[in-house]
Ligand binder design. Structure first.
Ligand code: ZN
Length: 362
């Protein structure tokens, strides 16, 4: 493996919870007893099947059979060191949003965020993280954002792409207001609470179908955020799509614009074409790079995406999307790499910008 030492900001890295036992020290006495007595565990199955081939690259799996992503030493050896990563954002996928009990959900969200801070952020200065929230209850979700926002190492709020309702719904606006108030982008990561079918035609049979059609979920969420007026209401809110792919985006923007021209009377607050709003407020991570088969075609897609600001570097560690250190797909323009590796992330995440002299850090 060559060592390119890209020196980038990796916006999608997945630490994995080894099991509920890891969270017990971060739960209060009541919830520790409840979780233990009821044998609650394995919520990660709701997000991404750990045994799936794509869940862990072969050379990123440990010899002792540990679940990929459960070891800081592995993360350092597999990604941070060989890629020369200056900063990596930890996005811990766990099935908290799928729980029916909102009080258990907030207890686990708190524990998970505290576990990330103590077991990962405190042990490597290169690491940052997403705040995990219980979207079941916006009031509790805001409380968790407020509780963790004072720690500048938490740089965004993360939710799943297939949750219980479209993300633009007014019920959720207090969460987006809290994120905007604290300079925290809203990250939407591929994943489902499994409360609704993962396709608009009903339940599919295979993980392959779930994964490919996730692009539809991202499209629905973007349309919801635009149509319900979230960006009109929160002009400083940024949304980051994680593990969404990006080559579907240009055709979606064309379709959204065309339909908006005919239907705009019902959404007068959408006062400019949806593509303009999305290009101003939405960023997308690089991996999985669903690039065209001909490398020469990639430049056309990037051009159609509509701006050098759109893409953020990611490896999606430990998921398997590329070999070696070739995180950039073939044909990716060399001139754009610096922006994607570092500059775009700094522009997207206020908490990743270098602190100016005299400026508060939190
Ligand atoms: Zn991911």
């Amino acid at each position: 493996m060559r060592a390119p030492t890209l020196g980038g900001i990796d916006c999608d890295v997945h630490p994995a919870l080894p099991g509920m036992a890891a969270l017990l020290p971060y739960l209060d006495d009541n919830w520790r007893a409840q979780v233990t007595a009821r044998g609650i565990d394995g919520l990660d199955l709701m997000c991404f099947p750990p045994g799936a081939v794509a869940h862990g690259r072969a050379d990123w799996r440990s010899a002792d059979g540990r679940r990929p992503g459960t070891s800081l030493a592995d993360l350092q050896a597999h990604v941070l060191d060989p890629f020369g990563t200056q900063t990596a954002i930890l996005n811990c996928l766990y099935g908290i949003e799928g729980l029916g009990n909102e009080y258990l959900a907030v207890a686990l969200a708190r524990a998970l965020n505290d576990w990330i801070a103590a077991e990962w952020l405190d042990r490597d200065k290169r690491l940052r993280a997403s705040i995990i929230i219980p979207t079941q209850n916006p009031e509790l979700a805001v409380e968790e954002i407020e509780r963790r926002a004072g720690d500048p190492r938490f740089v965004q709020v993360m939710v799943l792409a297939m949750g219980d309702m479209p993300l633009g719904k007014r019920l959720l606006w207090p969460i987006w207001a809290a994120a905007e108030r604290h300079g925290l982008p809203l990250a939407i990561h591929a994943g489902t609470t499994a409360h609704h079918a993962t396709t608009s035609n009903g339940w599919p049979s295979y993980h392959l179908e779930d994964y490919v059609t996730t692009a539809h979920a991202f499209q629905a969420q973007l349309l919801s955020l635009v149509s319900e007026g979230v960006f009109h209401r929160h002009p400083r809110l940024t949304v980051v799509l994680l593990e969404s792919g990006f080559t579907w985006l240009p055709a979606f923007l064309w379709r959204a614009n065309k339909t908006w021209r005919a239907m705009r009377a019902e959404v007068p607050w959408v006062d400019r074409p949806p593509a303009d709003i999305i290009r101003a407020h939405v960023r997308v991570t690089l991996q999985p790079a669903d690039a065209p088969p001909e490398p020469r075609d990639l430049a056309h897609v990037l051009d159609q995406l509509g701006g050098e600001q759109m893409l953020l570097f990611s490896t999606d560690y430990p998921h398997w999307h590329f070999e070696g250190c070739d995180a950039f797909p073939a044909g990716f323009p060399a001139a754009l790499r610096r922006r994607v590796l570092v500059d775009n992330a700094r522009a997207t995440y206020p908490r990743l910008r270098p602190v100016q002299q005299g400026e508060a850090t939190a």
